[in-house]
Design a protein around this ligand. Structure first.
Ligand code: ACO
Length: 382
């Protein structure tokens, strides 16, 4: 039995998976064998979710039925809306999302994970309802009325409509749809692993997704996109960028939105997102924030590129969301809206040949310490 400790499980395979593929040296990402660039250009989030969950792109009938099913399950239960209203409006939207997803499982018990039809329905509910939860909490904390989804709008358009109250234009819908596609899966990242560990206990899919949401929230994972915008705002102007980055590097601080465990070249998602950010600024006019981002990218690439540190998916996604008028602490919930299809595809794959995750450890403590009553203690923890 191997007993070598590998911090962060770097390079340790924890599953055989046919869902997505990354070549971190060539900068390639594929979903079920299809390059991410093709999906971003030609596909939609609904199609991509089908691809991840079912293994291939849907034909017209399958796509029509998926769109119909999602529309039928988008609306939130009134008790979930009440629950969101009970949460503090100053709380983080990722916590609200995680709480609401866990609660959804009480309305739609799905503890028997052996039935394919039930599992399919859970996937539809989760994909359809995550955006409704995100927009409902956003409107609640802004003091606005919570809106019902519209039958005539698709997945991404509905989210933007229920978020803003305005029917979104084609450019905004396409931009956000591309972001959701780019975030939909990414091999064995921390939140997917977390979901698979939870799934391996045969927990229900709402618990699987809520545990993955919790893992995604950390600043070293999905939470980085929010911190990128905070950093750009803190830099304040293009002229300050160089000194700011130099100070960070001198203090050995992490520069948010840069670096990746797998990519040692440019993250292909960051390349597409940068192009998207370019297009959006062409459409709406460039912003100071975007100019600062370009300068930071240039400086970090110059200084850290030879170490294989480049902008990752979180660096430019925030710029796109910001251009769509979305508040920075809602960025990671949007990441979750995209990634939910990947989490669920991994959950289904895990169930095919499941064995509970139960790794080991290398014990580094002591043995045979005698028990002493409290009055005789005075050791290191007292
Ligand atoms: N800024 C500065 N230096 C960095 C950065 C960064 N963002 N990322 C890695 N490095 C450096 C480390 O200091 C280390 O240098 P050293 O070898 O001289 O000590 C080297 O690169 C390797 O770093 P590790 O921590 O071993 O890399 P790891 O694979 O464990 O971490 C991670 C990957 C967490 C993404 C890291 O690059 C990071 O913290 N980035 C910033 C946060 C971020 O953007 N996260 C989002 C990632 S994408 C996603 O999860 C969706």
């Amino acid at each position: 039995m191997p007993h070598e400790f590998v911090p962060g499980l770097e390079g340790v395979p924890i599953a055989e998976s046919a869902i997505s593929f990354v070549d971190g040296l060539k900068g390639v990402l594929e979903y079920r064998g299809i390059r991410i660039e093709n999906l971003a250009e030609h596909s939609t989030y609904e199609e991509t979710a089908h691809l991840l969950l079912k293994g291939d792109l849907p034909d017209q009938a399958a796509l029509g039925s998926l769109i119909h099913e999602l529309a039928n399950h988008r609306r939130l239960e009134s008790q979930i809306i009440d629950l969101l209203k009970c949460l503090p409006e100053y709380g983080h939207p990722m916590d609200a999302l995680q709480a609401a997803i866990a609660a959804l499982g009480m309305f739609h018990p799905a503890r028997d994970v052996t039935k394919d039809a039930e599992n399919h329905l859970s996937c539809i509910r989760l994909i359809a309802k995550l955006p409704s939860i995100v927009s409902a909490f956003e409107r609640f904390r802004n003091g606005a009325e919570i809106l019902s989804p519209r039958e005539d709008l698709g997945h991404t358009a509905n989210f933007l409509y229920t978020l803003t109250g305005v029917e979104p234009n084609h450019v905004s819908v396409k931009a956000l749809d591309v972001c959701l596609i780019l975030h939909a899966d990414h091999t064995m990242n921390a939140s997917t692993f977390s979901g698979r560990v939870t799934g391996s206990t045969l927990a229900d899919p709402y618990t699987v997704v809520s545990s993955a949401v919790g893992t995604l929230s950390g600043p070293l994972h999905g939470g980085a996109n929010e911190q990128v915008l905070d950093m750009l705002r803190e830099i304040g102007s293009v002229q300050n960028a160089e000194t700011y980055i130099e100070n960070k590097m001198a203090n050995k601080d992490r520069i948010m939105g840069f670096g990746h465990r797998v990519y040692k070249t440019k993250d292909p998602r960051a390349i597409i997102l940068r192009r998207l950010a370019d297009e959006m600024t062409e459409e709406h006019g460039s912003t100071e924030l975007y100019e600062i981002a370009l300068r930071v990218d240039e400086i970090v690439t110059e200084r850290l590129g030879e170490k294989g540190i480049f902008a990752n998916v979180d660096f430019y996604s925030g710029i796109v969301y910001d251009a769509l008028g979305i508040r920075s602490d809602a960025f990671t919930p949007i990441f979750a809206m995209g990634r939910v299809a990947g989490w669920l595809a991994h959950w289904l794959e895990q169930l095919i040949d499941n064995r509970i995750f139960r790794p080991t450890q290398i014990y580094a403590g002591e043995h045979d310490i005698p028990y002493r009553p409290a009055e005789q203690r005075g050791g290191k923890s007292s």
